[in-house]
Design a protein. Structure first.
Length: 135
């Protein structure tokens, strides 16, 4: 459902072109293990087919990791969303761009952390919800 086969194919294409990529598929492990493995990542791929990011991407962005993900047409965050837009057809190219540009990875990671603090912090969300409540 998330497009893992497309990720495997993109990584294989890049390896065939000489890129020494270490792929770590994070599946079916406890949250603590997910976080440990995300901390070790340079780049994170969430999903490539659904059209929106999930909790895995939020965890990665909170750790200041650049995330690649398919984002559909409906995006309430517009350009503020720091996710690198990718789909099965563009994934290998987007990965290569990030592999080749350490400073871009750093900038996207920093923007990702700020995005999560602004839009996914539980306290901020509670304040927004309470601000909209009329008693």
């Amino acid at each position: 459902m998330k497009g893992t086969r497309h990720l495997l194919a993109a990584v294989e294409r890049l390896r065939d072109h000489g890129f020494p990529i270490r792929l770590d598929l994070v599946e079916g492990v406890p949250r603590e293990e997910v976080l440990r493995r995300l901390r070790a990542a340079d780049v994170v791929v969430d999903q490539l087919q659904i059209g929106w990011y999930g909790g895995f991407a939020v965890e990665a962005m909170a750790l200041a990791k650049p995330v690649l993900c398919h984002i559909g047409e409906q995006n309430p965050f517009d350009t503020e969303l720091p996710i690198v837009r990718s789909d099965p057809a563009t994934l290998a190219a987007r990965l290569r761009e990030l592999i080749d540009d350490r400073e871009r990875r750093r900038r996207i990671g920093a923007a990702s952390r700020l995005f999560v603090e602004r839009h996914h912090d539980p306290r901020a969300i509670a304040r927004e919800v309470l601000a909209g409540v009329t008693w």
